[in-house]
Design a protein around this ligand. Structure first.
Ligand code: ADP
Length: 256
């Protein structure tokens, strides 16, 4: 592992992966959480950094709402979401007074918080750090990519839904990556059809193939489709470990 003292709190983090989408509500936080859980089930130590300052939903998805972040000499100690301490999480959600509290900050304050999140969280040793970003290509993205640059992130996983409007937004996100020199690991098409739990037939409720077409157009890998799965949204709502609890459900094969 390449690690230098200069890398501070990220010195012992092997791989950094950003999860991005052009639009909100396409399943970015869900997939960030599921990627982390899948890696954990594969025996890896994983951290999740939730830089979606205005919509931090990962604490709920990992049943960590109300937990507290503590300080140590080298910064914030992230919240461990499992007893074995194999998944750690840092989110603005832990720093707000309550669940209904909102971040009403201008750009510079958000940028300062992102810099602190990237430099001042004592992650310890991690195989992967998954960074969940807000939707779009805002100031927060530029700050995140700039602050992570010295730590050489692997790149970004782009999440889209099959519809043309979401695909168009991901196209802009791809341009953002090109301009900022961030590699694209690949594109995931989420909410890609609904598999009937009774007859197992798949209905393409929105449309199909947008993610794959986009990947071809952009010359990046297509990583696969995740179907709409009510058990996946139930797991997210209730903070359950989907992979562990629903191995027979429609989205399980894609997420493992
Ligand atoms: P984003 O982070 O892009 O805003 P979220 O991950 O918060 O999106 O997902 C938005 C909503 O869609 C959540 O309620 C989540 O549970 C649900 N969702 C995401 N992906 C799926 C899926 N494949 N099947 C069913 N529900 C999903």
């Amino acid at each position: 592992m390449e690690s230098t003292q200069d890398n501070g709190n990220l010195a012992n983090v092997r791989h950094i992966i950003l999860v991005m989408s052009g639009k909100g509500g396409v399943g970015k936080s869900t997939l960030s959480t599921q990627i982390a859980l899948a890696l954990r089930h594969a025996g890896k130590r994983v951290g999740i950094l939730d830089v979606d300052l205005c919509g931090p939903s990962i604490p709920r998805m990992l049943n960590a709402v109300g937990k507290e972040v503590h300080q140590c000499d080298s910064g914030w100690v992230p919240v461990y979401v499992d007893q074995e301490k194999t998944i750690s999480l840092m989110s603005i959600g832990f720093l707000l007074d309550g669940q209904d509290d909102a971040v009403v900050w201008r750009g510079p304050k958000k940028n300062a918080m992102i810099n602190q999140f990237i430099n001042d969280v004592a992650w310890g040793e991690l195989d992967f750090l998954i960074v969940d970003t807000p939707p779009g290509t805002s100031d927060e993205h530029i700050s995140t990519v700039q602050a992570l640059r010295p730590f050489k992130p692997m790149g970004a996983v782009m999440v889209t839904t099959p519809q043309a409007v979401a695909v168009g937004d991901v196209r802009r996100e791809l341009t953002f990556c090109k301009k900022t020199g961030l590699a694209v690991i690949g594109i995931v098409e989420n909410m890609s059809g609904f598999v009937c739990p009774y007859c197992s037939e798949c209905s393409n409720i929105f449309s199909k193939g947008g993610g794959e077409e986009l990947a071809k157009y952009a010359g990046v890998p297509f990583l696969g489709c995740v179907p709409i799965d009510p058990l996946l949204s139930k797991s997210a709502e209730e903070g359950k470990d989907f992979i562990q609890e629903f191995p027979n459900s429609a989205a399980y094969p894609a997420l493992t």
